[in-house]
Design a protein around this ligand. Structure first.
Ligand code: ADP
Length: 508
């Protein structure tokens, strides 16, 4: 479904925002234009009402005539839209206001050329007017104006200007102080045409901006999403089994570039772990195969013909040795698996490393004596929080290595140092040493620097790997320094336990 795609979702949001902004902008422009247009029209109507008002009141632009009784002209006077005949021979009578006019008296309105010019022009854009006397007689009206204009209600109530829409026209009317009514109007059709033209223009411009914005947005999201697609493509290639595959990115410094870098590092680590795991499985199979092959061939040889009891005994002893070697190997493998998956008992307590070291040295004295190696100690007290069995395991491994890979008459020195809140356990021997090229790998599983000696003694190359896993699980560090034919030093560093709280006795 396309709505699941980030690109489409961004595009939809962008379209929504653009439509909101553009419609808001368009409506504001349209409304402002309408209001301005209406205001201008109202101003024009107002000007015209004022001009007519002056005329009706007898201002400079007015000419009022009292018709003689013999004057049988038409009722209201129609003015041609082109203006009014200022050259009339009729004689001005004087200002209409004041007591000069009597109710029911016949009056005639004549416009000055300036006022008539305000009502010039052709329909429908031209202004029209109507003037009623206070006794509701239509005195005058524009020639081209609509004929259905009626006297507005509210005669004589107030003299303020009123404006409003009637049908398709905008009209303004005012009652004069004399009670006459002046109405000026104009058709709204030209304004509506202009408004609809503006609306179409705004729609077209808005549509153009929307199309432009959406295409720009599409290009930008495509560019922004491309690294994500590269990442997912590379990840799927990797999950298909190609572990050496990496994400290539053209912009390594932006957020996605940095994410690609982090993923590449993770993939590298995964590849390393995966390869180590493969190597481990292969090594474990290889290590197990040798004793199993010994057991099978021993049994086959024994069964090939009748043997003497001593031959059977000798063969059984070989089988027992080999089975014990197998058990040591499987125990070590199990131990390593448990340590690495952090499955050992979290039975930690405050342990004095000097005491544990002294105990381990005592336990290994017979082996040292057998190998003609001298065990020495320099033990300073220092406490760590650790599982004591695990600490014993580390020390026994390091000490037995120091004895095994030593020379006759050599020494193994165990030191414990308590310094700046850290506890160090140092196992230093004067043995055969480790070649420099082997040093980086001696903590690897099944790695043996001295292969012939290790194998001959049934050692699997797992001891140091187990030590390192335990030390790291207990929050410490294990390091090694060695010089060929001079000796090897292993150093285990643990954070020291917090000092014990002292009992403070308060004097009574
Ligand atoms: P192993 O069971 O073979 O001793 P380890 O993991 O304990 O396995 O040691 C790995 C290898 O490191 C050994 O095979 C040996 O070659 C080398 N090694 C370990 N300790 C010492 C040491 N004290 N002196 C010299 N070589 C050592």
């Amino acid at each position: 479904m396309f709505t699941h795609s980030i690109r489409w979702r961004l595009q939809l949001w962008l379209a929504f925002l653009l439509v909101c902004v553009l419609s808001g902008f368009g409506l504001t422009v349209y409304q402002l234009q309408r209001i301005t247009q209406l205001n201008q029209l109202d101003e024009a109507l107002k000007r015209r009402v004022a001009a007519l008002n002056l005329t009706v009141r007898g201002g400079p632009m007015m000419e009022f005539f009292r018709r003689s009784d013999t004057d049988k002209g038409p009722g209201p006077r129609d003015f041609p839209s082109g203006g009014f005949n200022s050259g009339s021979r009729e004689r001005p009578y004087g200002p209409p206001h004041g007591p000069g006019f009597m109710p029911g008296e016949k009056r005639e309105v004549r416009l000055s050329p300036e006022t008539a010019a305000l009502f010039s022009g052709s329909q429908p854009g031209a202004f029209y007017f109507s003037v009623w006397s206070r006794d509701s007689n239509l005195l005058a009206r524009a020639a081209g104006g609509p004929t259905n204009v009626s006297l507005p209600p509210g005669m004589g109530r107030d003299t303020s200007l009123h404006a409003g829409i009637r049908g398709k026209n905008r009209e303004a009317y005012q009652f004069t102080e004399l009670g006459d009514c002046i109405l000026v109007g104009r058709s709204l059709i030209p304004d509506w045409d202009a408004e609809s033209r503006l609306a179409w223009m705004l729609l077209a411009a808005g549509g153009g901006v929307l199309a432009l914005g959406l295409s720009g947005g599409w290009l930008l999201t495509t560019r922004a999403i491309r690294p994500v697609e590269e990442i997912s493509a590379a990840a799927s290639r990797i999950s298909a089994g190609n572990l050496s595959e990496r994400i290539t990115t053209s912009e390594p410094n932006n957020e996605l570039g940095r994410l690609a870098g982090i993923l590449n590092n993770t993939f590298s680590r995964l590849e390393t772990v995966f390869n180590q795991q493969k190597q481990f499985t292969a090594d474990a199979a290889h290590e197990l195969r040798t004793p199993i092959a010994v057991l099978i061939s021993e049994a086959q040889v024994m069964l090939s013909r009748e043997r003497t009891p001593s031959e059977y005994k000798e063969s059984l002893e070989t089988c027992l040795d080999t089975a014990q070697q197998l058990r040591r190997l499987t125990d070590s493998l199990l131990e390593l698996a448990r340590t690495e998956s952090n499955q050992f008992d979290s039975d930690r307590s405050r342990v004095d490393v000097s005491e544990v070291a002294r105990d381990c040295v005592e336990r290994l004295k017979p082996l040292a004596a057998e190998r003609n190696v001298v065990l020495k100690t320099e033990l300073n007290p220092g406490e760590v929080i650790i599982n004591s069995d695990r600490l014993v395991q580390i020390l026994i491994n390091l000490l037995s290595n120091g004895i095994h890979y030593n020379k006759p008459g050599g020494e193994v020195l165990v030191k414990t140092v308590n310094e700046t809140g850290k506890i160090s356990i140092i196992v230093q021997d004067t043995g055969i040493g480790i070649p420099e090229e082997d040093l980086p790998r001696i903590f690897d599983r099944f790695y043996r620097a001295d292969k012939s000696r290790s194998r001959a003694e049934g050692r699997a190359g797992l001891g140091l790997a187990i030590c390192k896993a335990i030390v790291e699980a207990e929050g410490g560090e294990l390091s090694v320094e060695s010089k060929l034919n001079v000796g090897t030093t292993f150093k285990v560093l643990f954070p020291g336990a917090a000092p014990r709280a002292r009992n403070i006795q308060v004097a009574p």
